[in-house]
Design a protein around this ligand. Sequence first.
Ligand code: 5GP
Ligand code: MG
Length: 186
Amino acid sequence: MIEKESVKLHELTFDLFIDKKEIKKRVQEMAEQINQDYAGRQVVVLGVLDGVFMVLSDLLKKLDISVSLEMVKLKSYQGENSTGKVHKLLGLNSNLKDLDVLVVEDIIDTGTTLGFLLDLLKTHQPKSIKIATLLLKKEIYHGRYPLDYIGFSIPNRFVVGYGMDYDGLGRQLPHIYAVQGQLQKA
Ligand code: 5GP
Ligand code: MG
């Protein structure tokens, strides 16, 4: 199942969109940039669960700076659509005051989740906040926050695989797949 050109999850079919070799190469490039930018510093990498687990794992293995890891769990999607509301399922425990924080996301779509997280983060008064995302839907991102590291800018299509799911399924796929046919509803 995991190496196919297309996959069926629930009632939808998804076609191969970004191959695992391309993902690997791009994650390596992002890591090199992060290593350069944070050279000699310590950074708190803040992963946004669930979808981020695969890219986070691959990215962390390429970082040669001093890193500590934090996770938050946020949810804004139901099926293939954003609900416009963000739920915090698991919050921040550590004190981030005066620390350099690098937020890592699997995908930024409208930017609602990111905005919610940044509001939460700012109450911790970190020294700096940067944002890395593997995927960005640039046509629908509200653009309110500058993004520091972007893996791929993609059109407005619903994607799965490499950590990302469709109603719970597809997270284990090593490639990224996009839903066949229709554009994602806004
Ligand atoms: P936003 O709040 O920016 O609209 O959406 C961000 C979150 O929605 C992502 O972290 C992810 O959990 C989910 N999401 C957005 N677009 C997609 C997509 O195309 N596929 C999947 N599987 N999740 C998505
Ligand atoms: Mg996410």
